[in-house]
Design a binder for this molecule. Structure first.
Ligand SMILES: Cc1cc2nc3c(=O)[nH]c(=O)nc-3n(C[C@H](O)[C@H](O)[C@H](O)COP(=O)(O)OP(=O)(O)OC[C@H]3O[C@@H](n4cnc5c(N)ncnc54)[C@H](O)[C@@H]3O)c2cc1C
Length: 370
């Protein structure tokens, strides 16, 4: 049986970036992905500067559009947020995730694709990973298997008491008469959530997301209503896809024994907008720093990972929960205040680029010591 320092289940941004981080420091890593890359993932593909800044390799060639302004809408209200200083980068997830996996492989990680993990047995000293194609052993196990991943269950990490779930759907549409030029749109007319339009060069990504469970069953109608109201023609759009967005962190430890969870598997999307890519990458960086210490014998367990999450990302989520309440319960009022207050708009910009952060998590690099 092949033996690795770390086995990572799932090659999304969290898993692939962690594999890259650990393999670059000489650890043996198995990155196991059930799909063949490039694979699609339901996602708007908008990445904020705080996420892009974590990458120490270029992805410029993958950027379809750099969004420098966002129309924030509610009924007839239209507030333009200038994001020139902190633009949002639009990518195709299939290409972006594949680039991360390629970087991991180039750094020495072994990628097993088209291979689904079907079970894991944990002992005190290792994990025995069974896939549809074989068995592997690893000293450390990482669940990077997204919103529906089972690694948490196999590792005995409880998946109850997550803070919140959002549900989102999206499609790509070739829109010729889009009234907002190269700006993005965020529309708060969707109950308990918002609709978005992200320009991506020759087409647009259009979607809706909500945290209201009573609206989950008619998201498609909400998307249709949003598109109609804003004059978006989605008749010739690509397939409609959707997924949950586990957001806001967990009330419980996301590590146990020699296993831990990163990205969506650890409920780490931020709770207001469901932004998850930057948070998946950041959790990978945090996990890398703890796993390296564990493998070198400088830490007796992986508890440091939950500790650092609580000190950093959990504080960021707590910070924005009040804002979420106001935004989704009093959207018109929130937008009026936002339009009037330059302080608020500056704060929003700071959240996009990571400058406004209670814990300073986006400014610090956690895995820089070798
Ligand atoms: C509709 C929608 C729109 C979104 N838009 C945005 C956006 O614009 N910007 C943003 O920042 N975030 C967005 N998000 C959130 C973002 O997509 C996620 O937070 C992000 O993908 C999390 O990355 P991850 O690596 O944790 O998980 P994922 O990207 O889900 O990757 C998990 C991987 O694990 C693999 N896997 C699962 N089970 C197994 C198994 N048993 N064996 C092997 N492999 C397995 C899967 O195939 C998958 O490749 C959106 C989400 C949705 C649903």
């Amino acid at each position: 049986m092949e033996y690795y320092d770390v086995a990572i289940v799932g090659a999304g941004p969290a898993g692939a970036f962690l594999a890259y981080k650990l393999a670059s420091r000489g650890h043996s890593v198995a990155l196991i992905e059930k799909s063949r890359l490039p694979r699609n993932k339901p996602c708007g593909g908008g990445i904020t500067p705080k996420g892009i800044q974590l990458l120490d390799f270029p992805v410029d060639d993958l950027i379809k559009e750099t969004v420098r302004s966002v129309h924030i809408l509610r009924g007839k209200q239209d507030v333009v947020m200038n994001t020139d200083k902190s633009p949002v980068y639009m990518v195709e997830r299939s290409e972006f995730d594949q680039r991360l996996a390629q970087k991991a492989v180039a750094s020495g990680a072994k990628l097993f694709q088209d291979e689904s993990v079907t079970n894991v047995e944990m002992t005190d000293s290792k994990a025995i990973i069974t896939t549809n194609n074989g068995k592997y052993e690893a000293r450390t196990l990482v669940g990077a298997d997204g919103a529906k991943g089972k690694t948490a269950q196999w590792a005995g990490i409880k998946r109850r008491n997550a803070f919140e779930h959002l549900l989102g759907i999206e499609l790509n549409a070739p829109m010729e008469h889009y009234p907002y030029g190269d700006s993005a749109v965020v529309d708060f007319d969707v109950p308990g959530g918002y609709g978005w339009v992200f320009p991506k060069g020759r087409y647009y990504n259009v979607g809706v997301v909500t945290g209201r469970k009573d609206k989950y069953h008619n998201l498609e109608q909400l998307l249709g209503a949003f598109a109609k109201k804003r004059g978006l023609d989605i008749k010739n759009a690509g397939p409609l896809v959707g997924q949950r967005v586990p957001a806001g962190g967990s009330r419980q430890a996301v590590n146990k024994g020699n296993a831990l969870l990163v990205g969506d598997a650890a409920w780490l999307a931020e709770p207001v907008f469901g932004e998850g890519i930057a948070f998946a990458l950041k959790s990978a960086e945090l996990a890398a720093s703890v796993i390296k210490k564990y493998l070198r014998g400088e830490a007796k367990d992986l508890d440091g990972y939950t500790t650092v999450l609580n000190e950093t990302l959990a504080r960021e989520y707590a910070d924005v929960r009040g804002m979420k309440f106001l935004l989704y319960n009093f959207p018109s009022l929130s937008l009026r205040v936002f339009a009037m207050s330059s302080r608020l708009r500056k704060a929003a910009e700071g959240m996009v680029d990571g400058e406004r952060s209670l814990s300073g998590v986006w400014r610090k690099r956690y895995d820089e010591t070798s």
